[in-house]
Design a protein around this ligand. Structure first.
Ligand code: ZN
Ligand code: ZN
Length: 407
């Protein structure tokens, strides 16, 4: 591994040809659980771009045309699938497989007002606890583009889309065992990464293509937990300060790019009684002690602190943020008569990549690689084909920073 680490920059420079020859992998398919937060009894599916082949319990039953629709329902523990020409019942699984590689399907959940969505790849439908379970088997690159569209939104700089593509792709592989007991890899909601099917944005498609197969690894060539947040307030946070476990690549770093962004500052007003009552109840603050009282009413951090003021017992700022629903742990405290004013900086947990800082850096002409290296310390950008990830445990979750990716 030491040799590998030493040679890595050289390999990257030479296009990794030697290494790649040893560890070529097939194009990775992700299995994404759709609509897991809903009770789904029936769906309507229509193939797009090409005919889809229908399988019931692994047996080929026929084809569904792009002009036809397939109604899939759960009935008495079995699954039925009906189209104009087919009427199929399966005990375990219905699968819909497009004839062409860029094919897919449109999907609508019956009896809801949810909009129809279009997905690339295959669909597998099984029954779990009396409801339909929908799993979309989607090529990693198409999945990455779908996630960038759902997570990043419209009208960003191309370099910003590129870094989002790299972090979303990395996150997918680092966390692929998150839903293993349920029979798929990642869900399509905020619990994992938001995914609403096929990307329709050309800039995102170009950014995903330009970063094809690129992921972030740490100094030990393990995929990283690419955590991010909305705005760091000028300084990011060490992973251990929030989650109690350090990561070589999630280190506190100064950020001068996000301090004028929309989520750079916040204010919360409380009554003096409310603020002191909270500290008294939760941390046994002695309001009779004038020094202690002064410390919690006049607090001005110069940089990110872990604890509020100079008080004992210690008041962890991450607990205060959680208890009071604050946007960040980075704030000052002052009084205005009977009012206590909390003036904060940033939005989110502060670990890893600061989205608004990254957007500004992209607009200022920085490359996506420079931006990633700014927020993730000592990481390498590598091609998946250079990772022997099907054979060993290099895809095992990277110790995990311990918390959710964002928020
Ligand atoms: Zn999930
Ligand atoms: Zn920032």
């Amino acid at each position: 591994m030491v040799l590998l680490r030493t040679l890595l920059p050289l390999f990257l420079l030479l296009g990794s040809t030697v290494w790649a020859q040893q560890d070529i992998t097939v194009d990775r398919t992700m299995r994404i659980g759709l609509y897991r937060e809903r009770v789904v009894k029936q769906v309507v599916v229509m193939p797009v771009k090409s005919i889809c082949v229908l399988f019931a319990d692994g047996e080929r039953k026929g084809e569904v045309a792009t002009t036809d629709g397939l109604r899939i329902s759960v009935a008495g523990g079995a699954i039925t699938a009906r189209s104009l020409t087919l009427n199929v019942t399966a005990k375990r699984k219905i699968e819909l497989v497009p004839r062409v590689t860029d094919g897919g399907f449109r999907l609508r959940i019956s009896d809801t007002k949810l909009p129809e969505r279009t997905y690339p790849g295959k669909l597998a439908v099984t029954v779990t606890a009396g409801n339909l379970m929908l799993v979309n088997a989607v090529p990693l690159e198409a999945y990455t583009a779908g996630v960038v569209q759902a997570e990043a939104g419209k009208e960003h700089h191309q370099e910003y889309y590129k870094l989002q593509a790299v972090t979303c792709r990395t996150y997918a592989l680092t966390n692929q065992r998150k839903h293993q007991p349920e029979g798929f890899e990642l869900c399509d909601g905020v619990h994992c990464q938001v995914y609403h099917g096929r990307n329709r944005n050309d800039s995102i498609r170009m950014a995903v293509d330009a970063t094809h197969s690129l992921v972030l690894v740490d100094a030990d060539i393990k995929l990283i937990q690419a955590t991010f947040h909305s705005n760091c307030g000028g300084e990011t946070v060490n992973a251990e300060d929030l989650w109690g476990r350090s990561q070589t690549y999630l280190r506190a770093t100064v950020d001068t790019f996000c301090t004028a962004a929309p989520h750079a500052t916040w204010t919360k007003n409380m009554s003096r009684t409310e603020w002191l009552g909270y500290l008294q109840r939760k941390y046994s603050l002695r309001t009779g002690d004038s020094a202690q009282l002064y410390a919690v009413l006049n607090y001005e951090p110069q940089c990110r602190d872990l604890y509020l003021g100079n008080t004992w017992p210690l008041v962890p700022l991450k607990n205060v943020r959680e208890d009071l629903g604050l946007k960040s742990t980075f704030f000052s405290v002052r009084t205005e008569g009977e009012k206590v004013v909390l003036e904060g900086r940033g939005f989110g947990h502060g670990v890893g990549l600061c989205q608004e800082g990254a957007m500004k850096m992209a607009r200022a002409g920085k490359s996506y690689t420079d931006i990633l290296h700014h927020y993730y310390t000592s990481v390498h950008l590598v091609d998946l084909t250079t990772l022997d990830f099907f054979r060993d445990d290099s895809l095992a979750p990277n110790g995990g920073a311990g918390g959710p990716r964002s928020r």
